[in-house]
Structure formats: C-alpha cells, structure tokens
Design a binder for this molecule. Structure first.
Ligand SMILES: C=CC1=C(C)c2cc3[nH]c(cc4nc(cc5[nH]c(cc1n2)c(C)c5CCC(=O)O)C(CCC(=O)O)=C4C)c(C)c3C=C
Ligand SMILES: [Fe+2]
Ligand SMILES: [Fe+2]
Length: 355
C-alpha cells in the first residue's frame, strides 16, 4: 500500500494490462448502505403529492391491478391525501432541520454507525430512502465513486414484508442493473428474533417505564399493518410480528394480557391485520383500563406513524374514552440500544469482507 492509500498492482501479463505493466488501482472499499422507507421533502401539497405518488405507485405496496388502482390514485388519493397527510406531518416536523423525524434519525444512525466502525479501515457508511430523497440510486453511485466494490445493504425493517424489505431490495437491484462494474452485494435479512434486537427493545421499554409515575396495566406492541390478503398469499410479516412479541414477552416475563400485539395504519377499504390498534385502545378505555403504554417494535425510527398516529391520535382517543394515563415509548432510533442492534447485524454481514 502506498502513502496515498492506493495499491500498486503488478499485472501478470500484457494481455491483462495492454497499456502498462504497472498500474495504480484505488484501494477497494466496503460500503454499508442503510435504507428506510422514505419521506416527503416538505409538508406542502407538491412535496407530499410527489412522495405519495412514488410510494403508492409501487406494485409491492398496492397490489391491485393498475387499471383499477390508477383511476383511484390519480382521481382521488393524490388530490385529497397530500393536504391531510401534510397537516399530520406538520405536527411532527423537525423544524430545526426542516425535515421529517424519519430522515433525521436515519441520517444520525448512519453517522453513528460510521463512528463505531472506525476500527475497520476502508468502510464507507451512507443512507438512502426507498421513496423520496436521497434515492438508493444516488447513494449507490456515490458509494461506487468512492471505490466501494462490496456493499452491505440494510433494509431497516426488523420484520420482513414484501411491502417493505422486498421493495427496498427491488430498487437496490434495479439501480445495480444500470452498472457495468457491479459491486458484490449482501443484503441484511429481517431480524425479528435476533437476541440483540429483543434485548434492545426490552431494555428500552424497561428504561422508559422506570421514568413513569404510573404502572401501565397493559402495554401494546403496535406494528404497522398490511392487508390480510397479502398475508394469505404468503407474506410472512404477521408471523414475524408475533415472533417478536412472543420473545419480548418471554424476555420481560409478561403474559399475553400485559403485552398485547396490535396492527395500526390501515389504508384503503380492505381488511388489514387485526386486532387494530385504534379499536383496541378505545375498547381498553371503555372497559375501564386507566393506564397503558404503547410502543412500535416494527419501526426502527420514530416517524409519522408512531409520533402522530400513536403519540397524538391514539393518546387523544384513549383519554376521550375514559383512559387516564397514556405513554408512548420511543422507537430505538439512534439510542445506544438501537445502535447496538444496527452495529451487531452489520458486523455480522461484514464477516469475511473485513478483518
Ligand atoms: C397499502 C398501503 C400501505 C402499506 C401496505 C404499508 C406498509 C408498511 N408501511 C410501513 C412503514 C411506514 N409507513 C409509513 C407511512 C405510510 N404508509 C402508507 C401506506 C402503506 N404502508 C402511507 C400512505 C403512508 C404515508 C403517510 C400517510 O399519508 O399516512 C411510514 C412513515 C414515513 C414517515 O416519513 O414518517 C413508515 C415508517 C411498514 C413497516 C409497512 C409494512 C410492514
Ligand atoms: Fe406504511
Ligand atoms: Fe398513519
């Protein structure tokens, strides 16, 4: 290795290096790419519409035949939803950075991961979004330009779903299809039962509950839902969620009454995975339960669906129906617990590629 960080390679024969016997190649690097769902660039109608159009045109997300879905999407959804969702995003927007919390946390996770991987030379950590900016293709190009000939791509979803993990993989490989000198790649699998993840969730829940001046009678693990028809056709997502909840119950020593699994964020007219979080919370309050806590194990970072749908809307509904104490437990985000999960899984995938 030379002082410039470049490797001097003596080519074996003139056929391999027809113009020179002694050529200089950049030292190959390993890229680590964290990818989350996506986010609008702003809360205004145009930014929201652009984001929702990209998101809701994805065939992995809405499986309806295009001839049925597009008239609904372009005729109704993209005219009404941008305003409604924009005002929801307004309530949780990170005004200091003028970006969504999901973007803030994903960026911070990449920075912190880069810091802890400093013991490994020649690793470059970056982050991208499946929908919106920075796009997977832009960041992949950036990594390749920096000499990354191997890439670990991490879809930030603990439980696999075709609507999330698979569509991130699709987009990543679609971008690779446009490259001539394609890097070697590894994709991080779902980690619904990984001890480091279960332990991180348990420690973060225990830490949060210790700060409360009440003991929740019920703790709800609220996962993003998917349409039931997707699960019936083979999406393993519900069973991954139930596995996470079971392992957490075992780790925390709680029973099924204390730790309940629910599904949130329904979209459209179909039946989604049940029990629904909003209905369950309303029913608990009606049944006289006074104190609950809710957390979102399926979300690596806090976002609209956790901060607004749970932190604002579900809390309001619980109080309206007679509940007294409601606490929303933050996602793992860029906390020490959260970073230990990301670091452990990335280091595992890097094995054999770094010393
Ligand atoms: C059919 C529609 C949708 C499916 C299926 C779906 C699955 C799914 N989504 C997440 C994680 C997130 N979803 C987020 C926002 C969001 N989701 C949908 C629709 C479906 N999601 C919409 C229309 C929106 C946009 C917001 C809105 O208009 O209400 C987010 C938040 C993004 C942010 O910037 O804050 C996340 C994260 C998972 C994990 C999942 C299936 C397992
Ligand atoms: Fe979603
Ligand atoms: Fe929502």
């Amino acid at each position: 290795m030379s002082a410039t960080g470049r490797t001097r390679v003596k080519r074996a024969s003139a056929a391999e290096a027809p113009c020179a016997n002694d050529i200089v190649l950049p030292t190959p690097k390993v890229g680590v790419l964290l990818v989350n769902l996506g986010t609008p660039d702003g809360t205004d109608f145009t930014s929201m519409r652009r984001y929702l159009k990209e998101f809701l045109s994805d065939k992995r997300v809405i499986e309806w035949p295009r001839a049925i879905w597009y008239p609904v999407l372009y005729g109704i959804v993209l005219n009404t939803r941008p305003t409604k969702s924009g005002s929801n995003y307004e309530r949780i927007w990170n005004r200091e950075k003028n970006e969504s919390p999901l973007r803030t946390f994903t960026h911070s996770q990449a920075e912190k991961l880069s810091g802890v991987l400093k013991d490994q030379p020649n690793i470059v950590v970056d982050w991208a979004m499946r929908y919106g900016q920075p796009s997977i293709e832009t960041v992949l190009t950036r990594l390749r330009e920096q000499g990354c000939q191997r890439i670990v791509m991490f879809p930030l979803y603990p439980q696999y779903s075709a609507t999330t993990t698979a569509t991130v993989n699709d987009k990543f490989f679609e971008a690779l299809m446009k490259t001539r000198f394609m890097p070697a790649v590894r994709t991080v699998p779902s980690y619904e039962d990984e001890p480091v993840y279960i332990d991180a969730l348990a420690r973060s829940i225990e830490k949060h509950l210790a700060t409360l001046d009440f003991e929740p009678e019920v703790v709800i693990a609220s996962y993003h839902g998917i349409p039931q028809s997707y699960a019936k056709r083979g999406d393993p997502y519900p069973s991954h969620c139930l596995t996470t909840s079971r392992l957490l119950r075992e780790r925390l020593g709680w029973d099924e009454k204390k730790l309940q699994t629910c599904f949130q964020s329904r979209f459209g007219p179909e039946e989604w995975l049940q029990p629904y979080t909003d209905k369950t919370i309303e029913q608990l309050a009606r049944d006289g339960v006074k104190s609950i806590a809710v957390f979102n194990p399926g979300f690596v970072s806090d976002c609209l669906e956790t901060l607004d749908e749970i932190g604002n809307e579900a809390a309001e509904s619980f109080h309206e129906h007679g509940g007294v104490n409601f606490s929303h437990i933050p996602c793992l985000n860029d906390s020490a617990e959260g970073m230990s999960v990301i670091e452990t899984l990335v280091r595992r995938e890097l094995q054999g590629w770094v010393r």
